[in-house]
Design a protein around this ligand. Structure first.
Ligand code: CMP
Length: 142
């Protein structure tokens, strides 16, 4: 097992529902430590930069609008195979396809907007490094 760090974001829909604590408990129950966390108000520029890889996708504008609709909580998870462990915990991107017991299956339903899927999670080591440094400085991770 490789010790890894990954970035998660508790998105505005989950913050509005008041389930931050329940989501953090899922991470900790799986053996992932919260190495850093903060409250962030993204704006159109920062949300667009974070999701730049989706710039040409038809849902980009809606995704940015959603991410600026309220505060979110980016956090760094650390632990064995953290990237894959977090993706398993999150469930499918589309909450209607996420299994019960996953974060999206439990906290993003009913779902009418794919952007409102409770959490984001890095999908590779390369993304994790980029996404962690997007939100956190070295001193915040020490
Ligand atoms: P996330 O893991 O934050 O990464 C990109 C986000 O785009 C994704 O979760 C969804 O919330 C959002 N999104 C909106 N529409 C779509 C779509 N049609 N396909 C994939 N992702 C989408």
């Amino acid at each position: 097992m490789t010790n890894q760090r990954t970035l998660s974001i508790i998105k505005p829909d989950a913050v509005k529902k008041g389930v931050i604590g329940q989501i953090l408990a899922r991470f900790e129950a799986k053996g992932l430590k919260v190495a850093a966390i903060k409250k962030v108000y993204l704006n159109a520029q920062t949300a667009g930069e974070f999701y730049a890889e989706h710039k040409e996708r038809p849902f980009f504008g809606e995704l940015v609008d959603f991410m600026v609709s309220g505060p979110c909580y980016p956090l760094v998870l650390e632990g064995p195979n953290a990237i894959m462990a977090n993706r398993e915990l999150m469930g499918a991107t589309n909450p209607t396809k996420a299994e019960a017991g996953t974060i999206r299956g439990d906290f993003a339903m009913p779902c009418t907007d794919l952007s409102a899927n409770a959490v984001h999670g890095s999908d590779s080591e390369e993304s994790a490094n980029r996404e962690i440094s997007f939100f956190f400085s070295a001193s915040e991770l020490a």
